[in-house]
Design a protein around this ligand. Structure first.
Ligand SMILES: Nc1ncnc2c1ncn2[C@@H]1O[C@H](COP(=O)(O)OS(=O)(=O)O)[C@@H](OP(=O)(O)O)[C@H]1O
Ligand SMILES: Nc1ncnc2c1ncn2[C@@H]1O[C@H](COP(=O)(O)OP(=O)(O)O)[C@@H](O)[C@H]1O
Length: 198
């Protein structure tokens, strides 16, 4: 259907914003089970990058679901929409020249791949926070696994809905390692890819 909307190209581009920032823009997309460590790693990574004078923004599932996505449930359909919206916001922030860090379960490969396809090639970095469900369940800081096992919460990832692990992630983290070591691994990766120079 024709919608009469035409893309408008503006004079200041992402490349120029990146030059001003003295680093490249990227989306560092953390995916993993609830309790795998996404938020902890994302927060510590942002702090480390901030100290290196990198312009960052962190989008976290729990927080985004208080506002932008407060109308969405945990059904497959709503998770798809959640990830689509977050992907679009990440794309805008990437265009603004930021290193965007996202922490969403994002359990479905198709949804993650759709986000990657909407972003400039090479600027979507898929990070698998690989923590066995037994470990996540033992951590259970919010008591959600306990509730899901008792049937008090349904559609819980890893209990009655699947988690599709990335087949070929850019970075594969062992979520049982200390957060500081995982952050160092990510910083090393960003340097290796020429996103940050320091
Ligand atoms: N049913 C169900 N399944 C999974 N998670 C649940 C559910 N209900 C609430 N929560 C809490 O919501 C957080 C996950 O939100 P996300 O936006 O990251 O999920 S998704 O990407 O849309 O699948 C998740 O946060 P994390 O534990 O930080 O991953 C949970 O705290
Ligand atoms: N690498 C780690 N080693 C040990 N405990 C961790 C690690 N990462 C996170 N945790 C702990 O596990 C729990 C879940 O971490 P969190 O970052 O909230 O995970 P997620 O965002 O994936 O749900 C928290 O209690 C946190 O302190």
């Amino acid at each position: 259907m024709e919608n009469n909307i035409v893309w408008h190209t503006h004079p200041v581009t992402r490349i120029e914003r990146e030059r001003l920032n003295e680093h490249r823009a990227a989306v560092v997309w953390l995916t993993g089970l609830s309790g795998s460590g996404k938020s902890s790693i994302a927060g510590a990574l942002e702090q480390a990058l901030h100290h290196l004078n990198i312009h960052t923004y962190l989008l976290d599932g729990d927080n985004v679901r208080h506002g932008l996505c407060q109308d969405l449930s945990f059904s497959d359909r709503d998770r798809k929409e959640n990830i689509r919206r977050v992907g679009e916001v990440s794309g805008l922030m990437l265009d603004a020249g930021l290193v965007v860090i996202t922490a969403f379960i994002s359990p479905y490969r198709d949804d993650r791949d759709s986000v990657a396809l909407r972003l400039p090639a090479g600027q979507f970095i898929e990070v698998f926070v690989d923590t066995p469900i037994e470990v996540c369940e033992q951590r259970d800081p919010k008591g959600l696994y306990k509730k899901a096992r008792k049937g008090e919460i349904t559609q819980f990832t890893g209990v009655d809905l699947p988690y599709e692990a990335p087949l070929d992630p850019d970075v594969h983290l062992d979520g049982r390692q200390p957060v500081a070591a995982l952050v160092a691994e990510l910083i090393g990766y960003l340097k290796g890819r020429g996103i940050i120079k320091i």
